[in-house]
Every structure is written in C-alpha cells, then in structure tokens.
Design a protein around this ligand. Structure first.
Ligand code: ZN
Length: 218
C-alpha cells in the first residue's frame, strides 16, 4: 500500500527534476540552455532603449529596446506565442530598467491592445505586462485608453495588408492623457502604432511617443 502511494509522487518529483535539469534551447541563439537565455545572450541584452530611425505618422518619436532576431525578440516571441507570462514579466523588468532617463516626461503609459481572441487564448497580454512595468518605473499611471474594435493580428501580413488591417481598428475609450507613451511589443511597418496614435490624438492627446520592445526592421 505504501509503495503504491509513494511511487507516483516520487515519479512526479523525478520527472520535475528531469525537466528542470534538461537542457532546452536558448530563445536568443538556439543553443542548449537551462534558462530562457544562455549566458552569452543574457550578457548581450541592451542596457538602454534607443531612438528608432523611422518616424511614424501621428507619433512624435519612437524608441526600441532590442532587435527582433536577437535575444529580446526571442523573449518577445516566447512570451507571446508559447504563451509564457513569466517570460513576459522578465522582459518587462528589462525594458523598464532600460527606459530610465531615455524618454520624455509623459502623463501615462498606454499599451497597444491585443485582439480579444488573443486575450482569450493567452489569458494575459504580454504588451500590457511590459507597459505596466514601464509605468511603474516612470511613476505614471497605466491607462487602457485604447480598444481593439476590429482587425486580426498583424503578424504574417504584408505591409499594405498591415496598413488596411490596422486602419481604424483602435478606438479611444475616453479622453486620452495629454502626453502618452504608447507601448507595443514588435513594431514592423508602424501601421499599428500610427493607427493607435491617430485615435489618441483624436481623443485629446497632444504628444504620442512610442516604445517598442522590438524593432523588426533594425
Ligand atoms: Zn543564447
């Protein structure tokens, strides 16, 4: 009786131990790693956000934290597509440290909302996780000013389809803060942040700055 009761529990513990010790791929370089990032990729993480070379309609300026093909992009993809809330929280901590002293004073941080189906599938929003951490760092409120009213995920669409999909897909749910830091995970064509900025400006915002976790074109 005792052995039958203990064996399954021991096996579960053994399986957990194997899982903890088993190497898995680093999301940055693909090499085996016990952690999400291997030591080299962890040491290669950016220490600050950087201005984006491109400007987006309706936005005053934009910054990004990392490249889509590097460790930051790997973490963003893992947080979004696995989905992995702990990875999103780790990324949020990195971005919020990197933003210190790098962006203008703002009145609020606003996350780019994801589709409702994505919220149902993931159970959380990786972008909102990052935005909340950045808001805490900047000492300003996180404000969910925007609603995703239609459209599908931008990933997989070509630039012209992105523009059509994003246009008019975001609406302000009320008066917008005056100076906004708009946070998104991956900026590619900029169609999404431009559409969001237009809605915020239409709702009373005077300045919209963009913070992207990844610039897909850098
Ligand atoms: Zn690596």
């Amino acid at each position: 009786m005792v052995s039958r009761g203990i064996w399954p529990y021991s096996w579960i513990m053994f399986a957990d131990l194997l899982g903890a010790l088993a190497p898995r791929d680093c999301v940055g370089c693909g090499l085996p790693s016990r952690d999400v990032l291997c030591k080299d990729c962890d040491e290669a993480l950016p220490w600050a956000v950087w201005p984006m070379a491109r400007l987006f309609e309706g936005c005053d300026a934009a910054w990004f934290y990392g490249n889509y093909d590097g460790p930051v992009g790997g973490m963003a993809r893992r947080a979004k597509y696995r989905p992995d809330p702990s990875c999103a929280r780790a990324l949020a901590g990195m971005v919020s440290q990197a933003v210190r002293g790098r962006v203008p004073a703002v009145d609020a941080v606003v996350p780019v909302p994801q589709t409702r189906i994505s919220t149902l599938q993931r159970g959380f929003s990786p972008v909102r996780t990052v935005a909340a951490s950045v808001a805490r760092e900047l000492g300003v409120p996180l404000v969910d000013s925007l609603e995703r009213t239609r459209g599908v995920q931008q990933a997989g669409l070509d630039p012209s389809a992105r523009a059509v999909n994003a246009h008019g897909s975001y609406e302000s749910s009320g008066p917008a803060p005056r100076r906004v830091l708009l946070v998104d995970d991956v900026v590619t064509s900029g169609a999404t942040v431009s559409s969001c900025a237009q809605s915020l400006l239409g709702a009373g915002a005077e300045n919209v700055y963009v913070l992207a976790v990844c610039d897909a074109l850098s």
